[in-house]
Ligand binder design. Structure first.
Ligand code: 1GP
Length: 232
């Protein structure tokens, strides 16, 4: 399924360990896609290993690129984050510039999607790395959402609460101004109820850490999201 229509996705961290039987359950859970990505310790070996283990299943695979040295062919999509609220331009277009100098000539653009990232958990690793540590108001988030859709025309606006369950009112504020750009929510989902709550607001709900902490609950988020009508 085309990523524009994903309602639920799992995010796997190539730096973490997962057993084959767990991977099979995730891949065959009915989720719409599996995103491979993380912040720390991302190696080409880790990215390749997960690709090889997941490719036997039909589920679409996306690599969320955080390090241009850890990119390989073979994924269905390449999601490229650009952190809209980073305090260093490096994370908006700097690493992208270097990557394009090296790999721009061989990229298949139809597989590439830019994600306008808005990091809302100041304590998460991505916030610490990129300096996206300023608390944001509803007005900020609304403006960033408009920036993503109307100024930069990004296909994805990603509200990243990694490790912390977000504020539905903040997510609703972004949802209320987005039309074409897909709203992706990720962060701190540890129950089916939370997944359903965010699925009523966001186009796509991403479930990460709970995979490693409580696989059963992680798997239950698929049906929870699918049982909720897509917003708009
Ligand atoms: C992380 O948004 C994803 O990039 C998911 O967050 O790991 O907290 O579920 P969690």
């Amino acid at each position: 399924m085309d990523y524009h229509n994903w309602r639920h996705a799992f995010k796997l961290d190539p730096a973490k360990t997962i057993h084959d039987d767990e991977l099979e359950k995730l891949a065959e859970s009915g989720t719409d896609g599996i995103i491979v990505g993380g912040t720390d310790g991302i190696t080409l070996e880790g990215v390749l290993h997960l690709l090889a283990r997941l490719r036997r299943y039909a589920v679409p695979l996306a690599l969320e690129v955080s390090d241009a040295d850890a990119v390989t062919f073979g994924y269905d999509y390449y999601f490229i984050p650009t952190v809209l609220n980073a305090n260093d331009v490096k994370w908006m277009n700097g690493v992208h510039l270097e990557a394009l100098k090296e790999f721009g000539h061989m990229m298949k653009w139809e597989e590439v999607a830019a994600e306008g990232y808005c990091i809302l958990n100041p304590d998460c690793k991505a916030a610490q790395l990129t300096g996206a540590t300023q608390p944001l108001t509803k007005e900020d988030v609304t403006a960033y959402a408009r920036m993503a859709e109307h100024l930069f025309r990004f296909p994805i606006f990603y509200m990243e609460y990694s490790g912390m369950y977000g504020d539905p009112q903040m997510v609703s504020a972004a949802a209320s101004v987005l039309e074409e750009t897909k709203l992706v929510y990720g962060g701190g989902i540890t129950s089916a109820g939370q997944a359903a709550e965010m699925a009523a607001i966001a186009d796509t709900v991403v479930v990460g850490n709970v995979i490693y902490d409580d696989l059963k609950t992680a798997l239950a988020t698929v049906d929870a999201v699918k049982s909720v009508a897509a917003p708009k």
